[in-house]
Ligand binder design. Sequence first.
Ligand code: NAP
Length: 250
Amino acid sequence: MSFDLTGKVAVVTGGSRGIGRSVVETFIRQGAAVRYCHAGDAARAADLDGAMSEVGGDCRGRECDVSDETAVQAFFDAVRDEFPFVDILVNCAGIGGDQPFGTITVADWDRMIGVHLRGTFLATRQVFDGMVARGYGRIINFSSQLAYKGGPHLAHYCAAKAGIVGFTRALSYEGAPHGVLVNAIAPGPVETELLMALSDGWRSMKKAQLPIGRFGQPGEIAPAVLLLASEAGSYFVGQTLSPNGGDVML
Ligand code: NAP
């Protein structure tokens, strides 16, 4: 069974830093052409594009707010201008922020659900029918171990991430008969800017809960994404893999 992605076209949302960047780098190393989007940090994207180009990779980022239907349409139109089809979609874009429930405004709620759940829906609908028609596709959605476990001051985040598990399971019924495998990843706490933006108290509490006694690194999550994206993952359907340091044991 192969982890090789030579000849594959992959789209990664939220690919400019953190876990998404590690996924982009991994896919490039495995031979895929990668197009990714980010929320607006063009310097970081240019740095990644340059680094990937130096190793001979076909990689380009573009700004696109995944919660904005028009922007998502434009992003995928640009991908379709270059490639006749997309083989792999990784819905990784995300935002964090811990807030006691009473301080979560309707705008906060809509933003959290918008980026994670609506964003996953909007990007997926850009590729799903084409994958079904072609009889091949891999879609990997980013949930979190907090979808199962919950966590204080993260009601909006946990709701969005639990929704992504349900979305993944439901869509896998429609995709799998046509060779389109839809799965998810539910990482534990990983040392990225998203985690560092949470309060010191929250992070200390979380680290104390981890059997492995430390936070993860982005490079410890990307291999699970590669498994689901490659031929090696050909029998995974509707699953949520959990590289999580033992935070949740399923
Ligand atoms: P991160 O380091 O903060 O990176 C977030 C990425 O998403 C960046 O590329 C950012 O672009 C992009 N992004 C943010 N909002 C966006 C939007 N509206 N539209 C498009 N792109 C957007 O985050 P991370 O920790 O790697 O998290 C990646 C995924 O894993 C998220 O879905 C997160 O919820 C999930 N996750 C993370 C952890 C963790 O502990 N880190 C644990 C479980 C699950 P810019 O650079 O332009 O801002």
